[in-house]
Structures are given as C-alpha cells and as structure tokens.
Design a protein around this ligand. Structure first.
Ligand code: HEC
Length: 123
C-alpha cells in the first residue's frame, strides 16, 4: 500500500515536470525553428536552414519594411517568406495568417535578439 502511494506521487511529479518541459519547448518561435529546418515545409524540397544556416542573413528581417527576394519587391516579412518558399524551396506559398506563418515569423523575429545566431557578416 505504501509502495503504491510512493509510485503514485512519483508518477504525478513526473507528469508535472514533463508538462512544464513540454510547454517551455513549444513556443511559436520553437515551432518556427522546426519548420525552418524542415526540407518538406510548405511542400518544398529544401530547408530554409540550408541557405540561411541558423538564420544567418535574416537578423534584420524583423525590422524591414521592404524586401527583395528573387528580383521582386515584397512589402512584408510574410511576403518575403512566401517568396523564398516559392522561389528557393520550390514549395507552395502559405496563408499569411496561418499558424505556420506566424510561427515562422516568430522564429525570424527571435533572430533579431541574437538568440539563435551571431550577426551575419554580409550576405
Ligand atoms: C536556395 C537558398 C534559399 C532558401 C532555401 C531559402 N532562402 Fe530565403 N533568401 C535567399 C536569398 C539568396 C535571399 C536574398 C534575396 C535574394 O537575393 O533573392 C533570401 C532572402 C530571404 C528573406 C529576406 C531577408 C531580408 O532581410 O531581406 C527572408 C525573410 C527569407 N529569405 C526567409 C526564408 C525562409 C523562411 C525560407 C524557408 C521557407 C527561405 N528563406 C529559404 C535564399 C534562400
């Protein structure tokens, strides 16, 4: 009986710790990073990370108002992401308001704080 009680308490403690760990590692920014490293993201064949290693070159993207990807001008970060999805990854543009786009944008914004990478020396 006593043994069962100890087991129960241990199990509960384990569940609580796991729940906290799970929540911590699953912020939109973390999910965006997973997408960034996924070669199949948006139906593409190349991971964003294969060109922008650890987000290199995207440190200023969060603050920019205008982008130039593949010779065209984009007026938002979402459009620039889609331009890379279509032109670089050979995938299909995703909805600018989708969760995946929000997560991708959250990850790109996190690069600004220098969390994931050192400042890039040019592009
Ligand atoms: C084949 C290489 C390649 C891949 C893969 C790629 N990019 Fe890019 N990306 C570039 C290049 C090169 C530029 C610079 C614009 C240009 O020269 O066309 C760029 C520019 C950008 C910019 C604008 C940066 C700025 O500050 O102007 C963003 C944002 C971006 N990419 C995000 C992504 C995301 C998100 C993915 C994955 C979905 C991705 N890229 C995949 C090569 C790539």
């Amino acid at each position: 009986m006593r043994y069962a009680k100890i087991m129960m308490i241990s199990l509960m403690a384990f569940c609580m710790v796991s729940a906290v760990a799970f929540a911590k590692h699953h912020t939109p920014e973390d999910r965006g990073k997973i997408l960034f490293n996924d070669a199949k993201f948006a139906g593409g064949s190349k991971a964003c990370n294969s060109c922008h290693a650890d987000g290199k070159g995207l440190e200023n993207a969060a603050d920019k108002k205008e982008f130039k990807v593949a010779g065209k001008t984009q007026k938002s970060l979402e459009e620039a992401v889609n331009a890379c999805i279509v032109n670089a990854n050979k995938g299909k543009a995703i909805d600018a308001k989708s969760d995946q786009m929000k997560e991708m944008v959250a990850y790109i914004k996190s690069l600004k704080k220098g969390k994931a990478t050192k400042p890039a020396a040019g592009y």
